[in-house]
Design a protein around this ligand. Structure first.
Ligand SMILES: [Zn+2]
Length: 290
């Protein structure tokens, strides 16, 4: 396919997002939408396109406090929201849990619990986002996940033998409805990382293109490299993975629903599939005597 001109490409890209929203009924005009922003190209793009399409959006940044990287992200996103006249909520991670992700990772390492920084960060972030979006009476939480992210996660779940976990994937997250859980949706579901990057560069968004410094050694990064290599040699691999996956997802969701319903965490009352939510379980691990 010949390379599209920039103006054609932006139209194509925005059309793709619009079609995804329509096809999977992700958002409606009456939704109060919180976009989880990080200062990266994906979430910045999601915020921009939804705002352009006229949705009622506000942004939420969880400040991970990872030194210079986070400071730059925060500065960028503040400026960006200001220009768009979109309300921005900044939640410092340390204020929520009393420590940073790096500190948690260190303590857990010392106690012999080997856990990926991205896993810890993901658990904490999802919890904070849900809680604060609920406080703001949001009806939808938007994330910047793209087709690459989705293909990677599906692949990783398979490799780890956790295929049922993939029931939580797809353009809308949340298999089981719960009043305390704000549905999460992914308008960039069919956008390749390459495409989002191009869109973001054409629009000159103030974003950092380097990945989070804490993610460099993660398993995801390894899977990402391999999938990119495969895609180079067999164009369409990522789309095939994500589309093949969409065909099996209804069966997975059915199976997953049988495995239980959302309960309230015994310690904090947040929605959880287990007796104790992942955040409380992590906090407990940190207090283990070794
Ligand atoms: Zn809990």
């Amino acid at each position: 396919m010949a390379r599209m001109r920039d103006s054609e490409f932006t139209e194509y890209f925005e059309g793709k997002v619009r079609d995804t929203i329509r096809k999977h009924r992700l958002l409606s005009r009456s939704d109060k939408i919180i976009v989880a922003v990080s200062g990266g190209k994906d979430s910045t793009t999601a915020l921009y396109v939804l705002h352009k399409l006229g949705y009622n959006v506000e942004a939420m940044l969880i400040d991970q406090l990872l030194g210079e990287y986070s400071r730059t992200n925060k500065g960028n996103i503040k400026k960006f929201c200001n220009e768009l006249a979109v309300k921005l909520h900044i939640i410092p991670m340390r204020e929520e849990f009393g420590c940073s992700v790096c500190y948690m990772k260190d303590v857990l390492d010392k106690k012999g619990f080997r856990m990926n920084t991205c896993t810890i960060c993901g658990v904490m972030r999802r919890s904070i986002l849900n809680r604060h979006a609920r406080k703001l009476k949001a009806t939808k939480l938007v994330t910047g996940h793209n087709l690459d992210d989705e293909a990677q996660t599906f692949f990783m779940n398979m490799i780890h033998g956790n295929i049922l976990l993939s029931a939580k994937l797809g353009p809308t997250t949340g298999v089981i409805k719960d009043r305390k859980f704000i549905p999460r949706v992914k308008p960039l579901y069919y956008c390749l990382e390459e495409e989002t990057k191009r869109y973001s560069k054409i629009k000159n968004f103030p974003v950092q293109y380097e990945p989070c410094p804490c993610s460099l050694n993660s398993f995801r990064t390894m899977v990402k490299k391999n999938l990119n290599e495969l895609e180079k040699q067999h164009s369409g691999v990522k789309l095939n993975l994500a589309e093949g996956f969409l065909k099996v997802i209804p069966a997975l969701k059915k199976q997953y629903k049988k495995s239980g319903r959302l309960k309230e965490c015994k310690s904090c009352g947040e929605p959880s599939s287990q007796e104790k939510c992942k955040v409380c379980s992590l906090m407990e691990l940190m207090k283990t005597q070794k």
